[in-house]
Design a protein around this ligand. Structure first.
Ligand SMILES: Cc1cc2nc3c(=O)[nH]c(=O)nc-3n(C[C@H](O)[C@H](O)[C@H](O)COP(=O)(O)OP(=O)(O)OC[C@H]3O[C@@H](n4cnc5c(N)ncnc54)[C@H](O)[C@@H]3O)c2cc1C
Length: 490
């Protein structure tokens, strides 16, 4: 029988990694701490190769691409609705700014070109500019060539965009507050930064990867369910791991919180890097510099989830409250000082009637900081946040308040407790420029390997990060298979 690989967590990346290893002939056991599979919707582009390789479409994979992909109320009345069809978006934008409407096709085309370069970069372990490994150098040269082939305009765009704030980038292109805000919001989603912070233009581009030109929101899918039903790996739920056993610098297996040890010479963790390396591994095995770098990973959660149950249709499928870049920046100002935004940025999504005829609306609420300046998240704060969300939405949907029959609020602390998101951060590691590509999760340890032989990372805290479903897991599996073939891993 082939040697056992233990995968920690049944998140999307972990399951993708496990299935690729199983296809390569490994026996794979996935151990998930939570007791039940969460049927929640996954956010993010799924690289088509993963769908093809794992035949996920034959397992009921359903990808939902909203059209219009955004609808934002306008101060003067009506909504700005951007569609998948460029010409329709041009018409919609014309109503707020004929000048911006004329620029939309060129903006969409130029951003699409850059996103395709990232798509290529995201589909493999990251090239490391300081690596001396031959494979890494070849890959780096390949990226350089690809960049050159993009042409002068795209190279210039990329080099300018990388360090810029979303606000500066968008101010360069457009004049309409409403348009700039719906785009700028993608640059700050799940990030403890505002649209005027450096690096947020890149985050806007990151969330564009995999979408057609002119669409700046990733699709939703049920990939978690499709992967959980795929045969080939054993998934054990309610199996929390309390320790990763290390002997003589090599992984030896895992210890279950309920007692007992499972021996394995290969352990891959879909849990976040900080928890994996500082809580599950005895940090005594790590160099103090590595411990310091891992401790300094930023994972500051700033998002709360509010779910509203309505007794009638809300009258929208997606609705964004982000009227201007200034509004977003002011919302961030509160978070900077540890307060919930008095006027938060909201993204509400309704997924049609439930079996009992009610309508569920899921609201992304930003900023709701994990660490509050004046206390802890408690019931009173959750209630106040739920009320604020209904109040803000009601400014645009006057009948909403009366339609709400139930309201539930998950603060970033609740997201940490329920889903294991560190500090409530859904991407595990913030998508900040210094925590991306070969620096994700920390410079020097970005090839899914860890300093412990046989222990690998595969979650959204590794390249290419959250918002891209399964790519990190696929890349990690490729790295592991390559390490096995080269004899680096036994
Ligand atoms: C409420 C909610 C909000 C979300 N918001 C966003 C969003 O805003 N943007 C976005 O892109 N995506 C979002 N997502 C989707 C998802 O969280 C992201 O795609 C994220 O990147 C998750 O990646 P993953 O599935 O690989 O990891 P995770 O879903 O985080 O999976 C890791 C798993 O490891 C398990 N685990 C951790 N430690 C242990 C241990 N010691 N022993 C055993 N098991 C362990 C955890 O229980 C967890 O199931 C959200 C999901 C939920 C449920």
């Amino acid at each position: 029988m082939s040697a056992l690989a233990v995968v920690i967590g049944a998140g999307v990346d972990a399951l993708v990694c496990g299935h690729y290893l199983a296809r390569a002939g490994r026996r794979v056991l996935v151990l998930e701490g939570r007791t039940a599979h969460d049927d929640g919707t996954e956010i993010g582009w799924i690289p088509p190769r993963i769908v093809r390789d794992l035949a996920l479409d034959r397992r009921g994979l359903a990808i939902h691409r909203a059209d219009p992909w955004v609808a934002a109320p306008l101060a003067a009345g009506g909504r700005l609705e951007l569609s998948r069809d460029i010409a329709r978006s041009v018409e919609a934008i014309r109503r707020v700014s004929p000048r911006d409407a004329a620029k939309w096709p060129a903006f969409s085309e130029r951003m699409g070109r850059l996103a395709r370069l990232l798509e290529h970069l995201y589909a493999a372990p990251p090239p490391d500019p300081v690596s001396r490994e031959l494979g890494g150098l070849v890959r780096l040269a390949g990226v350089g060539l690809r960049m050159r082939r993009l042409g002068k305009q795209a190279i210039e765009d990329l080099l300018r965009l990388l360090p810029m704030s979303a606000a500066d980038w968008l101010d360069d292109w457009f004049e309409s507050d409403a348009l700039k805000a719906v785009l700028g919001a993608a640059g700050i989603t799940n990030l403890r930064q505002g649209p005027r912070s450096g690096g947020t233009a890149f985050v806007l581009l990151h969330h564009h990867v995999g979408s057609p030109a002119g669409v700046f929101r990733p699709p939703l899918s049920n990939i978690g369910r499709a992967l959980a039903e795929l045969p080939g790996v054993e998934i054990r739920r309610g199996a929390e791991i309390s320790r990763i056993a290390v002997r003589e610098g090599r992984v030896a297996g895992v210890l279950l919180a309920s007692g007992g040890e499972i021996a394995a010479s290969l352990v891959i963790s879909g849990a976040d890097p900080r928890r994996t390396l500082l809580e599950l591994v005895d940090p005594g095995w790590l160099d103090p510099d590595v411990v310091r770098a891992v401790r300094n990973i930023r994972s500051r959660g700033v998002v709360a989830r509010v779910t509203l149950m309505l007794d009638r249709s809300p009258g929208f499928t997606t609705l964004m409250v982000a009227p201007s870049l200034d509004y977003l920046e002011r919302a961030y100002d509160d978070a900077k000082y540890g307060r919930v935004s008095r006027a938060p940025y909201l993204e509400a999504a309704s997924d049609g009637p439930t079996a009992d005829g009610r309508h569920r609306v899921n609201v992304h609420v930003q900023y709701a900081p994990y660490a509050l300046a004046d206390g802890e998240w408690d019931e009173a704060r959750r209630t106040a946040l739920g009320r604020l969300v209904v109040e803000v939405l009601s400014q645009h949907l006057p009948d909403l308040g009366a339609a709400v029959v139930e309201r539930s609020v998950l603060s970033p602390r609740d997201l940490e407790d329920a889903y294991g998101f560190p500090e409530g951060q859904a991407h595990h590691v913030e998508l900040a420029l210094d925590q991306l590509l070969w620096m994700r999760p920390v410079p020097g340890w970005a090839r899914y390997r860890t300093p412990i032989d046989g222990l690998y990372l595969c979650g959204p805290g590794t390249h290419p990060g959250g918002g891209i479903a399964g790519a990190a897991g696929n890349n990690a599996a490729r790295q592991i298979i390559s390490d096995l073939r080269s004899g680096r891993l036994r």
